[in-house]
Design a protein around this ligand. Structure first.
Ligand code: BG6
Length: 507
């Protein structure tokens, strides 16, 4: 097991194994549970990181029983787990599986859940330690939290702990996020609330900290003297699939810029924290988020789009407006690009460009630090026409790694200089596979280890950044631009960069 760079314990080299605990998942019949959460629980068990008596309880409206839920879990694990299926591990995990059917407004169902949790404590030794994972729409958070309080489930006794895990979106805008926060924190104390931003669980995102703070050579050039601009891209080649209910009215900026991309920006731009203690790390991220300024002319420095129908990967694909459940007049963005500035001594004058979209050229997430050009080139111009800017690119996914782009001489008799790349790939350098983000984050919840979870203040500051842009878009008469599937977004995204004399990278 790889060491956790974000822990200060003396025991950091030892595997971090969860103590006695149970996990209750609300919304267990949803996609996230099936594709990510249940497989991650199994992967943790398979890696020996869960206690033998671990309890896994599903809560949902369906009229299932524990056997049926166990069967569903097994299928999810067999289809989506990262590690091989092992009968022995599965049998052990299966013994701790329970299911409670019920609606969120059904007091009896929550009383049954409380009884199930007590029974797990008695039979499996979960010791009163339970995490409640709310894989449900945020509109259900207040009710579920109130029910957890009413049924006594949010209260722990003695050394036992109770934690709540909430999935993004944390609200729809600043006002609703603050409201949500106050409801959740009226039931669970702040340090028992774990907000999942699964990007923070990705190994490469954590590697950004290693790259920046474990090395000497990057820090001197990590500032406005050397950096021209930063591009953070999260592109997906898929459409919205069956998620119309969630996605319409939310859109790409709320879906991923408010959380994943602003977190990436904060980690890229922040100062070195005094330690990796959660408070110290958070303080640095908060400083960056507070120092972000929006462009004066939002229209000129942002772009949004919607995918049209067309061809992608040899397949005919639907346009956003033809997706099931999307109204023909929906103005929800499936592509968003924004320019932000970080008003600090380190970054003054260095724009940060963020973009994301569905049905783009390919699935890729990267942070590109694009450097200024050399102040002088002692080569005749024609010999350097193919020389771009130096760039350091952190590839979050896929092919996790880091690439450095710089100029090199083309072999031959003239001094022609062209871009080349130097590549570090996780897959080549290490034999272990990276754990899935959800494995890491669920384990951290069970361990009560908070550095990889955004604090409420970060959520609030991120909404403060995005709100004015969303308001501008919502009141604008300019509708999202259509773009063809398999491209890199609408023409307005390129125009926005061209206005600054720059261009998007083709990742
Ligand atoms: C989620 C978004 O947070 O991240 C989805 O809600 C998106 O719309 C997903 O598809 C992408 O995650 P990953 O880990 O595949 O990059």
């Amino acid at each position: 097991m790889s060491p956790n760079p974000l822990r200060n314990d003396e025991d950091r080299r030892l595997p971090r194994i969860a103590g006695p605990a149970g996990l209750v998942i609300f919304g267990v019949t949803g996609d996230l549970a099936r594709k990510k959460l249940l497989p991650a629980v199994y992967d943790l068990a398979n890696r020996g990181l869960l206690p033998p008596g671990f309890g896994l309880t599903g809560f949902a409206r369906r009229d299932w029983n524990a056997d049926h839920f166990a069967q569903v879990t097994k299928e999810a694990v067999q289809q989506h787990a990262r590690t091989p299926f092992r009968e022995r591990v599965w049998r052990q995990l299966e013994q701790g599986i329970r299911f409670v059917p019920g609606e969120f407004d059904d007091d009896d169902a929550f009383d049954r859940l409380a009884a199930t949790v007590r029974e797990l404590d008695a039979e499996r030794g979960t010791a009163g330690n339970h995490a409640f994972y709310l894989s449900v729409p945020p509109s259900a958070f207040p009710l579920v939290c109130r029910q957890l309080a009413r049924s006594g489930l949010s209260e722990s006794e003695g050394d036992a702990w109770r934690r709540v895990v909430i999935e993004k979106p944390f609200g729809h805008d600043l006002a609703s996020a603050l409201e949500l926060q106050s409801v959740v924190e009226s039931v669970f104390p702040g340090d028992s609330v774990f907000r999942i931003d699964h990007y923070l669980g990705k190994e490469t995102v954590q590697n950004l900290l290693a790259l920046r703070f474990a090395n000497q050579m990057f820090e001197p050039i990590w500032n406005a003297n050397y950096v021209d601009h930063v591009q953070i891209t999260m592109a997906e080649d898929i459409g919205i699939g069956s998620r119309a209910g969630y996605y319409d009215g939310v859109g790409s900026a709320r879906d991923v810029i408010q959380n994943h991309l602003l977190q990436l920006l904060a980690l890229t731009a922040m100062e070195e924290p005094v330690s990796f203690d959660p408070k110290a790390l958070r303080a640095e991220k908060e400083k960056v988020l507070s120092a972000i300024t929006l462009p004066e002319d939002i229209a000129a420095h942002t772009a949004r789009g919607q995918y049209a129908s067309g061809w992608q990967g040899g397949e005919k694909v639907k346009g956003f407006h033809e997706e099931n459940g999307i109204p023909a007049d929906s103005i929800t963005d499936t592509f968003a690009a924004i320019r932000l500035d970080v008003n600090t001594r380190r970054w003054a004058g260095v724009p940060f460009y963020l973009r994301t979209g569905k049905r783009l050229g390919r699935r890729v997430t990267e942070i590109a630090i694009v450097f200024k050009r050399a102040p002088h080139l002692p080569f005749p111009l024609p010999d350097t026409v193919e020389l771009g800017e130096n760039a350091l690119v952190i590839r979050v996914q896929p092919d996790e790694g880091v690439t450095l782009r710089f100029g090199a001489k083309v072999p031959g008799t003239v001094m022609e200089v062209r871009d080349v790349t130097m590549d570090f790939g996780y897959g080549h350098a290490f034999t272990e596979n990276s754990p899935e983000a959800y494995e890491r984050l669920i384990l951290d919840v069970l361990l009560g280890d908070p550095p990889l979870f955004p604090h409420s203040k970060e959520v609030e500051l991120s909404w403060r950044v995005l709100d004015p842009i969303l308001q501008h878009w919502e009141s604008s008469s300019v509708l999202p631009d259509a773009y063809r599937p398999g491209t890199w977004g609408p023409p307005s995204a390129d125009e926005m960069m061209a206005r600054d004399g720059r261009a998007w990278r083709r990742p």
